[in-house]
Ligand binder design. Structure first.
Ligand code: AP5
Ligand code: MG
Ligand code: ZN
Length: 216
């Protein structure tokens, strides 16, 4: 299965991606996670992308596309993948098409998680992420068993630097201006699967599976 998951900041892409990854046994490739890991390690990539992420701006296309090309070379992508947060611009989508066509493969579906703006703000404000394994939580809707501690690995939970109110406004604007047009791009190919992201996490996941034709 070769999938993309799209949607505005805070829609629940990463949360659904973890469930989709398990179900289909495909790697979850989140460019946001790859960039944050690079920033944490202070690698050359991290140094070059930090300022964009902290201001809620997009990392330049050439840097982003190269990260994806490198990640796709890993063996775990041979039987499929789920891209989360990529592509985010038309040039990135065009580059992905050409990468995939060189490999003689195509996308099976683009899952689009639909959520109201009000809900996005609540979700982002309450989000906490594990410093060690990246697992995502929410202080109200998806609490860890022990406050501030990851259920999966015992790591410390933190708030993302780009989850401040001001940066979130910019991320939403960037999404509307640069990423939303991709929905038309993929709609022309009839591969968009719109799912309602407003319900419980498991309800959205059921919609995702149904949209992909998985019998439950
Ligand atoms: P990225 O990491 O992709 O962030 P984003 O798109 O802003 O999306 P988020 O990760 O904030 O939200 P999400 O949809 O994953 O929501 P989540 O599941 O966590 O990108 C970050 C930055 O990196 C960008 O701004 C840019 O600078 C750079 N970047 C990344 N990719 C790039 C690219 N391709 N090109 C250029 N630059 C790029 O859920 C949110 C919260 O809600 C959590 O607390 C969760 O527990 C909770 N929640 C989720 N679902 C539900 C539910 N159904 N009910 C209740 N609570 C829920
Ligand atoms: Mg995410
Ligand atoms: Zn963890």
């Amino acid at each position: 299965m070769r999938l993309l998951i799209m949607g505005p900041p805070g829609a629940g892409k990463g949360t659904q991606a973890v469930l989709i990854q398990k179900h289909f046994d495909i790697p979850h490739v989140s460019t946001g996670d790859l960039f944050r890991e690079a920033v944490k390690n202070n690698s050359p990539l991290g140094v070059s992308v930090r300022k964009y992420i902290e201001h809620g701006e997009l990392v330049p296309d050439d840097i982003t596309i190269q990260v994806v090309i490198d990640r796709l070379k890993h063996d775990d992508c041979k039987n499929g993948f789920l891209f989360d947060g990529f592509p985010r611009t038309i040039p990135q989508a065009v580059a992905l098409d050409s990468i995939l066509s060189n490999l003689n493969i195509t996308l099976d579906a683009v899952i689009n998680v639909v959520v109201s703006n009000q809900k996005l703000m609540e979700r982002i404000a309450g989000r906490r992420v594990c410093k060690v394994c990246n697992a995502g939580y929410h202080v109200v809707t998806n609490k860890p068993k022990v406050e501030g501690v990851c259920d999966k690995c015992g790591g410390e939970l933190y708030q993302r630097k780009d989850d401040t109110a001001e940066t979130v406004q910019n991320r939403l604007k960037v999404y509307n201006d640069q990423t939303k047009p991709l929905l038309d791009y993929y709609d022309k190919r009839n591969i968009i699967k719109n799912v309602n992201g407003l319900g419980e996490i498991q309800d959205t996941f059921k919609e995702v599976l149904a949209s992909l034709g998985v019998k439950q």
